[in-house]
Design a protein around this ligand. Structure first.
Ligand code: GLN
Ligand code: ZN
Length: 758
């Protein structure tokens, strides 16, 4: 049995890549220096894999920003406006990723989207018909040369043509099908290019195969691969699938001339069944993704061995692998000094998962000491990890229909809230956070290291908050926020005040580009220990007569941005969270907070990829959990929600059914495409489609925002439109923020004037 993985975290043990990228963006280091850091990280990763006797080491899963962007650039899917800007290749690359406003060049970034059901974001490639699709190997060449020099036994990992095609946005009347012949040739050229190196295996990642496929999709997939696989150039080609099973195309796939196929046994509900039903060709390498690439829990070896044993029958060529890239878990538990061994023994991050693969290999080959390894693993699963909280479990069980209904209905509430709040037409607001400057972060550090007392900390935070309120008043915003200076992170902050969570010190996971998140771990049943945001909200509200939004993170987002338990259902965890937060919402209302925003930025993240599973496995409890939070509130209390970077076109009625009064969401970066869908589905909730992109340092001009608003009001009822940026402002600096918001409130004035005149 061979061993392999789909990919490995690339951010580095101390987040070296993040810091190097940020320095590079600030022009503090050169691209060559950035590349050196990247190379050091890769070398460390390769060594880890070698130490754990991984047979086929992924090369090419590494990226300076994003793999899909890498694939787009590798095949020259570069829109004209970037290509024509007279920039160096890496400057083009980063302009596509994050925009560029420099020396007369003013380029917006390409849209950013969530990658399948993960919290990883990819850059959405765009085809505008101007460029010829061809091999552009500047990045892959570096990786190949490096692997060659290191003499590692590599498996070259590249996003496959079908998945790439599925993620390219075609504009200017172009059609994805137009791209197929050129793209096919470009992939053949890539094989040619790689065949000059000593690598034997190349693995094409095709996660798009785990979605519902049409006949057309299947035809495209088979046509492209039939053509590409005719030109293997002596290489072995693996088809890598993950995030689910490939039930729609399995029988075709096993008859295509691949040399190996990687299948997901963790999220692939039907993977085992498919193999049983249709068989798997013995002469091809079957990589069984049995080590879950998404959770952080130790693997039960008996379960894995059972499946391996079945597969190993009849001399099947077999490899043990991960269900998906380990990119989605933190690097190692070895840097966690605060978690006791009783907890750590249940955790497996990327390095520990490599160790599990090594151990399983030892067991399978009956190497010396394998019985002890197996015995130690069995011990971990003998008893439940934690004791239950029976009170919380009882509350969840006793919920009834009416706990999930807020009365009066939304249209009635709108009238009541309008009377109470007296907001102007096109009310302006922001999403919650304001710049988290070095000063703010330093304060938190001083608290952590004990340099300042918690009283001193609170005083300083209040000072930041009061300043932030007066800045918002000066800018002329209508609905203010407190700025979230007390929050390190929108999930961790809540988790810290709830029972049932654990925190890591270094459990960073890449979210996009240089941004990482440190998801908390749900360890046991959840309950609220004490009020969380009430004091801060009350203080912020005391600084102004304008309404200040209370600011919470919703239950679904907390779950989706944490590492969930694998011993109880997501539904139970979400309901526990919702009940805990419901108390917080009520306390805010009692404290005189008139508008409460409950962020569900990650609502869609765990939506099953196949339509047939979406309602019963997810929406049926995720959406009601939001209603549970707000049932029983006064009609005057306005509930907002916020979502970002997910295409929710296909679940619009469900979003409406959350029964929020207002929703703000990301839209500017994807050119307000969502509005058509909202219009056609008669969306009822008031909307604040973000009028500018906060992930880019670019300051939008007033005219640009007015244009955006005109696009919005052409498709939406103007009495229901709010004006806001598309997400929180914490990653921006103050000067950009003030300039952008000034232009935004200016645009609101123009809109009000124009609308009244008309
Ligand atoms: N209220 C949060 C903020 O402004 C929302 C962040 C998010 O949507 N990711 O930072
Ligand atoms: Zn957001």
């Amino acid at each position: 049995m061979l061993t392999t993985i789909c990919g490995f975290p690339r951010i580095g043990e101390k987040r070296e890549l993040k810091f190097a990228l940020e320095k590079y963006f600030r022009h503090e280091i050169t691209f060559d220096e950035l590349s050196d850091t990247a190379s050091d990280i890769r070398k460390k990763n390769y060594n880890l894999m070698i130490e754990n006797r991984i047979d086929l080491i992924p090369v090419g899963d590494f990226s300076l920003y994003d793999n899909l962007l890498d694939a787009a650039v590798l095949f020259n899917v570069i829109p004209q406006r970037y290509a024509a800007a007279n920039l160096k290749p890496h400057e083009i690359y980063f302009s596509m990723a994050r925009g560029r406003q420099e020396n007369g060049v003013d380029l917006k970034a390409l849209p950013m989207k969530k990658w399948f059901n993960t919290n990883y974001h990819y850059i959405e490639p765009e085809y505008d018909g101007s460029q010829s699709i061809k091999l552009n190997p500047w990045q892959i060449e570096t990786l190949l040369n490096e692997a060659e020099e290191l003499k590692i036994n590599s498996k070259i990992c590249i996003i496959g043509p079908f998945t790439l095609l599925k993620h390219i946005r075609c504009v200017n009347g172009t059609d994805p099908k137009q791209l197929i012949p050129q793209l096919t040739d470009a992939y053949i050229d890539l094989l040619n290019f790689i065949s000059r190196y000593s690598a034997k295996w190349i693995s094409f990642a095709e996660p798009s195969l785990v979605r519902d496929l049409t006949n057309d999709d299947k035809q495209i997939f088979t046509d492209i691969y039939r053509a590409v696989l005719k030109e293997k150039k002596g290489l072995k080609i693996n088809l890598e699938t993950y995030f689910g099973d490939i039930r729609d195309i399995y029988s075709e796939v096993i008859n295509i001339d691949f040399d190996g196929v990687s299948l997901d046994f963790a999220e692939g509900k039907e993977t085992a069944e498919l193999i049983e039903k249709f068989g798997f060709p013995k002469d091809k390498l079957l990589t069984a993704g049995l080590i879950c690439g998404k959770n952080i829990w130790r693997t039960c070896y008996d379960k894995v061995l059972n499946i391996l044993l079945k597969l190993a029958n009849n001399d099947q060529k077999l490899a043990l692998g991960t269900s998906c890239s380990l990119l989605h878990v933190p690097l190692t538990t070895s840097c966690e000094t605060r978690l006791g061994n009783d907890i750590k023994k249940h955790l497996a991050f990327a390095c520990e998962k490599l160790g599990e693969i090594a151990e399983l290999k030892q067991i399978v080959s009956a190497e010396e000491g394998f019985e002890n390894i197996l015995e130690a693993n069995r011990k971990l699963f003998e008893a439940p990890r934690t004791a239950p909280n029976t009170e919380v479990q009882r509350l969840v069980e006793n919920l009834t229909e009416k706990d999930f209904v807020r009365l009066p209905v939304r249209a009635e509430r709108k009238r009541i809230q309008q009377n109470a709040l007296k907001l102007p037409l096109f009310p302006t607001t922001t999403i919650g956070s304001f710049p988290q400057t070095g000063e703010v972060r330093n304060l938190r550090k001083q608290l952590r290291t004990g340099e300042i007392s918690s009283e001193q900390y609170s005083e300083s935070i209040k000072k930041f908050t009061a300043d932030c309120i007066s800045i918002q008043e000066e800018l002329g915003l209508d609905v203010l926020v407190h700025g979230e200076f007390e929050r390190n992170d929108m999930v961790e902050y809540f988790g810290e005040n709830l029972d049932g969570f654990l925190f890591t010190e270094n459990g960073w996971v890449q979210s996009y580009g240089s941004r990482c998140v440190k998801p908390p771990v749900i360890w046991s049943d959840i309950s609220r220990r004490r009020p969380i945001t009430v004091e801060m909200s009350r203080f912020a509200q005391s600084c102004t007569s304008k309404p200040v939004k209370g600011m919470l993170t919703g239950p679904v987002t907390i779950l989706n941005w944490s590492f969930p338990r694998n011993d109880i259902s997501n539904k139970t965890m979400i309901l526990q969270l919702s009940l805990a937060l419901k108390d917080e919402v009520r306390d805010l209302e009692n404290a005189g907070i008139r508008i409460i925003q409950i962020d569900e930025a990650a609502l869609k993240e765990k939506l099953p990829l196949r339509e047939c599973d979406q309602v019963k496995d997810y929406l049926d409890f995720a959406i009601p959990s939001f209603r549970l939070l707000q049932s029983g509130l006064k009609p005057e209390t306005q509930i907002h929600t916020h979502m970002c970077y997910s295409e929710f076109e296909n679940i619009i009625p469900w979003i409406d059914a959350m029964d929020a009064d207002v929703i703000t969401f990301e839209a500017s970066r994807s050119d307000f495409r969502i509005l058509d869908a909202l219009q056609s589905k008669h969306f009822e909730t008031q909307i604040g489609p973000g009028v500018y992109d906060i992930h880019s340092p670019r300051v939008p001009a007033t005219g640009e925002i007015v244009d955006a608003l005109e696009k919005i009001t052409a498709k939406a009822d103007f009495t229901k439109v709010w004006i806001n940026p598309d997400c929180g402002l914490k990653t921006r600096d103050w000067s950009e923020t003030k300039a952008s918001l000034k232009n935004m409130t200016q645009a609101a004035l123009i809109m009000r004037k124009n609308t009244v005149c008309a």
